[in-house]
Design a protein around this ligand. Structure first.
Ligand SMILES: C[S@@+](CC[C@H](N)C(=O)[O-])C[C@H]1O[C@@H](n2cnc3c(N)ncnc32)[C@H](O)[C@@H]1O
Length: 219
């Protein structure tokens, strides 16, 4: 996402993340904070001690430019946050084991994810019909590539996901359940920020809700 959609996305998802966290001050690690720094500034403002771990993390205190699998937290943390990063990782089971190893007993896992397995053709067409003019975000690219491919939507999507090694959300949740107790799991809007819309616009559209919001705990 470019800067403005990223800001809109983080602002919209932060209330869910904040509400799921233990009271401040908690020690929180964000997996895949991205080049914008993700929730780390908001976590610090809310009184938490926060680290952002991502090969693309920005420079600065509290940011670690590495994959989470290589990150060694100096002490067990109270919560781990992962926002649309788990579907990109190499091995889900390894990642979930690493999260479990980083958390204190009873610690919290807050996950915002994308269920690409629910991204059907009707939903894709709804998105592509609403792309802001002149944009060059990921949805713009897929609209053009799908059109050029001549493939059925499901075949195009599966080919892209396989080439990128993207994990399905149901597999992410299954991996989390192996090590954690899932406390809440809900479908949510996902595309609104890229389309310049509000979450409610997407909720009311009658399309598939492909966002996932999950809170789990270690024991
Ligand atoms: C779609 S971006 C999400 C960025 C940000 N969390 C957001 O919601 O805007 C996914 C991020 O996950 C990061 N990532 C992928 N695999 C990772 C890993 N193993 N450890 C840490 N970060 C990872 C990528 O570098 C990328 O910045």
């Amino acid at each position: 996402m470019t800067a403005e959609p990223t800001r809109r996305w983080l602002d919209a998802t932060w209330p869910f993340v904040r509400a799921a966290l233990p009271p401040a001050p908690a020690r929180v690690v964000e997996i895949g904070c991205g080049p914008s720094g993700g929730f780390v500034p908001a976590l610090l403002s809310a009184g938490h001690a926060a680290d952002g771990v991502d090969p693309e993390a920005p420079a600065g205190a509290g940011f670690h430019q590495m994959e989470f699998e290589r990150f060694a937290a100096p002490e067990p943390v109270d919560a781990v946050v992962a926002c649309t990063s788990l579907h990109h990782v190499a091995d889900l089971d390894v990642m979930v084991d690493r999260i479990a190893g980083a958390l204190r007993p009873g610690g919290t896992v807050v996950v915002v994810e994308w269920a690409r397995e629910r991204f059907d053709e009707r939903t894709a067409r709804w998105c592509f019909d609403r792309l802001p003019a002149g944009g060059d975000g990921w949805l713009h690219r897929h609209a053009a590539r799908w059109r050029e491919s001549g493939l059925a939507w499901a075949d195009y999507l599966d080919g892209w996901a396989a080439a990128e090694g993207l994990h399905r959300a149901d597999r992410i949740v299954a991996a989390l359940r192996r090590r954690f107790v899932v406390r809440s799991l809900a479908a949510a809007p996902y595309f609104f920020a890229d389309l310049g819309l509000d979450e409610d616009d997407e909720r009311r559209a009658g399309i598939a809700l492909t966002g996932v919001r999950c809170v789990a705990s270690a024991g």
